[in-house]
Design a protein around this ligand. Structure first.
Ligand code: TRP
Length: 452
């Protein structure tokens, strides 16, 4: 029952932790390549709508559910169901979320490991003198499975170390130091990129939408990105909410978290696309976009090895402060439901996540499946269930009490969204996602109806 007594030391600590969880590889790595693959500004607009009307309300829902009794994701959903006179089996909502955050952690760590390696390699000048537009000749620290495994291991060990040191001694310490550093570096790097790269082209690419480019698949990608980037649907924000005091204004905090996360994604775009366009690279290159393009580009600029090293270090900070929230979510359940010690729980879930992540490095194609199951199926199912849970299962009166210092206007918007808008939108996303993966042809059919 650790959650019931432990609380954040301050509002600042909570906000740094929650923003740290939201801001991650989702903003710096995933957002740019998703934008590039889904047509630029049209994707950005749909993404912003998904954040405002679906992900932000779910963020408020998760924080409230966690704070209600201050338990882990599983304990919180069970207790809130019981307090609502409903079946304890609603803890299923928590379990699915935990499974999602665990699944996401496994491959997240692999990418984060690569980010760590690239930071070091860049600082050491290993990318210097490479031709732009060629994948970097793979340098000494990152050539093949052994190195990927090593860096994945380093990253998981770091995450376990932070989480096992506890909320105050580990997580708060790390986020209150690293997040301010992150923001200073982000501002510096984006000024650098905008002043040296093709700024005008990047700005119109990101902000001048071609609405005819919007298809069901754009919406699917945007919704997935909104969940991933805000970090909702995986019970992480239930866990962070469990340490909140009753007087915290959840609507207000959720607004700050969602706003900061969105801002970082846009700034990351403004940092990366000027460089991409100035060098004639393909924005639709996919998941390798920042890894292939940026080192080569930085290597041609004065001081580029250092700037490149900083960029990847920035991404590493963002990744670490996200991964610890993912790991904490599972380990809080381990402590509460399985009676494990804090260290044992962090180590066991860390080791399990390491194993699955390692398997995705070695087995070709497995990573895509883990991403599909974790990032598409479990994450959206978790979001759908949490919306249905707070919208339909828990009485409105209980939710109003939990969101007691939220204005009537925001509460009504929120309640309408979690009852109607989010279940319909997320439910459709889920169906579309499965369809797109298995090629049943539904999205193509919708696309032709829509004239796209
Ligand atoms: N939001 C983080 C990112 O953008 C990753 C993350 C943290 C996450 N917690 C999550 C993703 C919960 C999905 C669900 O990188």
């Amino acid at each position: 029952m650790a959650g019931a007594t432990t609380q954040w030391t301050s509002r600042f600590a909570f906000l740094m932790a929650a923003i740290g969880s939201a801001v991650g590889l989702g903003n710096l790595w995933r957002f740019p390549f998703q934008t590039g693959q889904n047509g630029g500004a049209a994707f950005v607009i749909v993404y912003l709508l998904c954040v405002l009307f679906v992900a932000f309300p779910i963020l408020m829902a998760e924080l409230s559910v966690g704070r209600h009794k201050g338990l882990s994701a599983v304990g919180s959903t069970r207790q809130l169901a019981l307090d609502s006179g409903k079946s304890a089996n609603w803890s299923m909502v928590g379990w699915i979320g935990v499974l999602a955050s665990f699944a996401i952690l496994t491959t997240y760590s692999v990418v984060a490991g690569q980010v760590m390696a690239y930071s070091l390699m860049s600082f050491m000048g290993e990318f210097a003198g490479q031709a732009v537009n060629s994948a970097p000749q793979v340098a000494s620290l990152y050539d093949g499975a052994t190195h990927a495994l090593t860096w994945h291991t380093v990253f998981i060990v770091a995450s376990v170390a932070v989480v096992s040191a506890g909320l105050h001694g580990g997580i708060e310490r790390v986020v209150t130091v690293l997040m301010p550093i992150f923001f200073v570096m982000l501002v510096g790097l984006s000024i650098y990129a905008l002043s040296t790269g093709a700024a005008a082209k990047a700005i119109s690419y990101l902000f001048a939408p071609d609405f005819s480019a919007i298809t069901p698949l754009t919406v699917l990608a945007a919704m997935g990105q909104a969940f991933f980037s805000l970090g909702v649907g995986a019970a992480v924000m239930i866990t962070y909410g469990s340490f909140l005091p009753k007087e915290e204004n959840i609507g207000n905090s959720a607004g700050i978290i969602a706003g900061a996360d969105t801002m970082v994604a846009v700034v990351a775009g403004l940092m990366i696309f000027p460089i991409i366009f100035a060098n004639g690279l393909d924005p639709a290159a996919g998941g390798g976009l920042i890894f292939d393009a940026l080192p080569a580009v930085f290597s041609g600029l004065p001081g580029g090895s250092f700037i490149g090293g900083l960029f990847f270090f920035l991404a590493f900070i963002a990744a670490l402060t996200s991964a610890i929230s993912l790991l904490l979510t599972a380990s809080a359940v381990g402590i509460e439901q399985f009676g494990l010690s804090r260290t044992a729980s962090a180590a066991i879930f860390g080791a399990l996540a390491w194993t699955v992540g390692a398997a995705t490095i070695v087995v070709t194609g497995l990573g895509n499946w883990v991403d599909f199951v974790g990032g598409s199926i479990l994450l959206t199912t978790g979001g759908l269930l949490i919306a249905v849970f707070v919208g339909w299962i828990v009485p409105g009166k209980i939710m109003r009490d939990e969101l007691h210092n939220t204005s009537d206007g925001l509460f009504n918007f929120w309640h309408f969204t979690v009852r109607y808008l989010a279940p319909v939108a997320v439910g459709m996303t889920l169906i579309l996602g499965i369809d797109a993966k298995f090629n049943f042809g539904l999205s193509a059919m919708l696309g032709s109806i829509g004239g796209g």
